[in-house]
Design a protein around this ligand. Structure first.
Ligand code: ADP
Ligand code: MG
Length: 443
């Protein structure tokens, strides 16, 4: 029996919603069915960023759906709608693709300007980001965004990148995390490929680097970055940077870079107010195709005030709870899903504040890659507390604290767990920090 085209598409979406809820997005509605041929089911995607995202992250789920819906052993292929974007974005035009280096930083279609909610705490950063995206090299250069964990730095950076890609497909854009920049630098030194490295980074039109606070004085990559920066800047190329602290507060940053970072526009992201949080929850729900009645976002926003990533985490729990119980999302179901949130469990931000205060260290140090004992121990305590009181995964916790992998986090947690009992001083420290976190009261 032959299925009608529209049925195949609708069937796929319905199956994905039921079995792979986590990948589903509202914009899947814009995907069109391109036919089945030679065991391959083709799906046509107009937006290059969406196309690349699907190709790289959703293959398994769509294949599963295609096989279930058609009852045939099919492979799924995502293709572009116009001839020039049929393939992956051209390697030297879009994304941080580094031929020979095997590095690409994926852009998430979720992180667009459309999905970014503007409020008092991010108005300037948002306006400046838009200006930079529309007039690279001419509005603000460099453009430097800073703010705490989960406040939207990466989102804004990616929104800028997506606008570049859409408006000027031929722009040579390099979007990369600072730690990848550093790793590539070391790799290039080791393999005697510095020439390639320089060519690669100094030939771009736009350089976007996330989490630049990882630069360290004791690491030669900082020197290299300085020269990259100068060479691009002098050529009038746009540079966009994000950091968890203002330039002058990045502990390991050389003075000459501090002054360069401050020479363009420095914009700060502040924690969102209640109204903005409500709007963000609604926007996140819309992104995944859910309409919520007003009271649910308001309830979630009142319960979570630390950062936006935790706000999203709460929404995910509410969705998961409703899906697991096969009930619609209502105020009651949201309350049930979040019953233990705010029963005294502190958020990540509160943990970080308590630990930096107790040990009298700077936030930027805690989030840096520094391994000195005076920083490493407080960081391990943070990781241990984060695991104990928040629902973040080991990977997520590692990501928050200087881009560490989950084994490092696991090691930190075990270390504190062991030494908390064997070392009196540590035991007392942890007790006191936990006491200072106290039971939080919520609206
Ligand atoms: P950071 O890089 O500052 O740690 P992210 O950019 O990763 O934070 O943001 C964390 C989450 O919060 C992301 O899912 C992002 O989409 C969301 N977010 C942050 N700010 C906003 C905003 N103003 N509107 C909508 N979502 C936001
Ligand atoms: Mg980030």
């Amino acid at each position: 029996m032959r299925m009608h085209d529209d049925d195949v598409k609708a069937g796929l979406i319905a199956y994905l919603r039921k079995h792979h809820m986590e990948v589903c997005r509202q914009w899947f509605d814009d995907i069109s069915f391109g036919g089945i041929d030679g065991g391959v089911l083709r799906l046509v995607v107009g937006e290059p960023v969406q196309l690349n995202y699907l190709q790289r992250t959703c293959g398994t789920q769509f294949t599963d759906a295609a096989q279930a819906v058609t009852g045939r052993l099919l492979a799924v292929r995502f293709v572009g709608s116009s001839p020039e974007i049929i393939h992956d974005p051209a390697p030297d035009s879009v994304t941080a693709d580094m031929p020979g280096f095997g590095e690409q930083m994926l852009l998430s279609p979720d992180y667009s300007f459309d999905a970014f909610v503007v409020g008092p705490g991010n108005r300037l950063a948002h306006a400046a980001a838009l200006a930079v995206a529309e007039k690279p090299g001419r509005a603000y250069n460099p453009f430097f965004i800073h703010g705490g964990v989960g406040l939207g730095k990466t989102h804004l950076l990616q929104a800028i990148c997506q606008t570049f890609i859409r408006n000027r497909p031929s722009t040579k854009l390099c979007y990369i995390s600072c730690s990848t920049f550093m790793d590539l630098f070391h790799e290039s030194v080791k393999c005697g490929r510095m020439q390639d490295f320089r060519l690669r980074f100094r030939n771009v039109d736009v350089l976007v680097i996330d989490d630049i606070h990882f630069l360290s004085k004791r690491d030669h990559s900082q020197e290299e970055f300085f020269h990259t920066f100068n060479s691009l800047y002098q050529a009038g190329k746009q540079i966009v940077l994000s950091s968890d602290a203002a330039p002058e507060d990045i502990p390991e940053l050389e003075e000459r870079l501090v002054s360069r970072f401050k020479s363009g526009l420095v914009a700060c992201l502040e924690r969102p107010c209640f109204e903005t949080r409500v709007a963000i929850v609604k926007s996140k729900a819309r992104l995944v195709g859910i309409e919520l009645s007003d009271e649910v976002p308001a309830y979630i926003a009142a319960r979570v005030d630390s950062n936006i990533r935790e706000l999203e985490g709460a929404l995910t729990r509410v969705r998961g709870h409703a899906a697991a119980n096969a009930i619609p999302i209502t105020l009651e179901s949201a309350k049930a899903a979040l019953y233990d949130l705010g029963s005294g469990a502190p958020g990540l931000q509160a943990i970080i504040v308590a630990v930096t205060r107790y040990y009298d260290i700077k936030l930027a140090d805690l989030m840096s890659r520094r391994r000195t004992k005076s920083i490493a121990l407080p960081r391990q305590v943070c990781m241990w507390l984060a695991r104990r009181y928040t629902r973040f995964s080991l990977e997520e916790i590692g990501g928050h604290f200087g881009g560490r992998d989950h084994t490092t986090v696991l090691h930190a947690i075990r270390t504190i767990e062991d030494r908390r009992t064997s070392c009196q001083e540590l035991g007392r420290a942890v007790d006191e920090i936990e006491r200072s976190l106290g039971p939080r009261t919520h609206a």
